[in-house]
Ligand binder design. Structure first.
Ligand code: ADP
Ligand code: MG
Length: 258
């Protein structure tokens, strides 16, 4: 069965899309089959994986709003084992268009019910809209990229409340996959303090791996490549590979990764 992971945080610019692309590519590099679903009207995950807007035919919009077949919406990327359902601007009207739909929270879960990929990574938009709720309803777990900054903990407890609400409603089995610290700068006192606080609050749910701030990570999308291909030896690439290894170990894919 696929592990469906919603990569989410109601804040924008915290590294959701970078984590989706880079972790997805790193998991694929370890031989796992990975499907990315781009749920953000900005379509950054699609662009970052090299599917330009003019090449997007059937998208997440068609999947959710038009009832297209999942298989018809999936396209390959330049990375082996890594495929995507792309996102486009028309997703921004999905909220309104689905308002009268009875199963509007379950559309993505229904669409993904037949997936066989090892991992399905859901790149969420930066708000708690119907698309994000579809992701939280379809997911087995949520992975939370967190930037170590002043309001990080407030944002985190808000997100935990959302997860509890979803558990009481459409998805009782929703788990926390973990929190990953992104754009981390260990020389910054505030960043270190926030890390301590987050680890105190969340314990083992915080991944040991921290993603450092690395300019190569921000350059990679304009070359339409995941970091593991754009600059495999960069600190950003190595960090996401370490995150993938940590996750695979937790999931029992690697026995001797200690
Ligand atoms: P979100 O999807 O949460 O809005 P993004 O992944 O798009 O966030 O990241 C926001 C911006 O920060 C992008 O320009 C991205 O390239 C950059 N970025 C993300 N992670 C890092 C990092 N670890 N180091 C440097 N830049 C990063
Ligand atoms: Mg994004």
């Amino acid at each position: 069965m696929s592990r469906v992971v919603a990569i989410t945080n109601q804040k924008g610019g915290v590294g959701k899309t970078t984590t989706t692309i880079s972790l997805g590519a790193a998991l694929a590099g370890e031989g796992r089959s990975v499907l990315v679903i781009d749920l953000d009207p900005q379509g950054n995950a699609s662009t970052g994986l090299g599917v330009m807007p003019e090449d997007r035919d059937l998208t997440t919009y068609d999947l959710l709003v038009e009832g297209a077949d999942l298989g018809d919406c999936i396209v390959g990327t330049g990375t082996a084992n890594l495929r995507i359902v792309t996102g486009t601007g028309d997703l921004s009207s999905a909220d309104v268009e689905l308002m009268g739909e009875r199963r509007r929270l379950h559309l993505l879960a229904d669409a993904l019910s037949a997936t066989t990929d090892d991992y399905v990574l859901l790149d969420c938009p930066p708000s708690l809209n119907l698309l994000t709720l579809n992701a939280l309803t379809a997911a087995g777990s949520v992975l939370i990229p967190l930037q170590s900054e002043f309001y990080a903990l407030e944002g985190l407890s808000q997100l935990m409340r959302t997860v509890r609400t979803v558990r009481e409603g459409p998805n009782p089995a929703l788990r926390i996959e973990g929190v990953v610290l992104t754009m981390f700068d260990g020389r910054n006192n505030l960043a270190r303090q926030v890390e301590q606080d987050v680890r105190a609050a969340m314990g083992d749910l915080v991944f040991g791996t921290r993603i450092p701030r690395n300019v190569r990570l921000s350059e990679a999308p304009s070359f339409a490549q995941p970091i593991t291909e754009y600059d495999p030896l960069s600190v950003g690439s190595r960090a996401y590979k370490a995150l993938a290894a940590e996750m695979l170990k937790r999931h029992g894919w690697t026995e001797d990764a200690a």
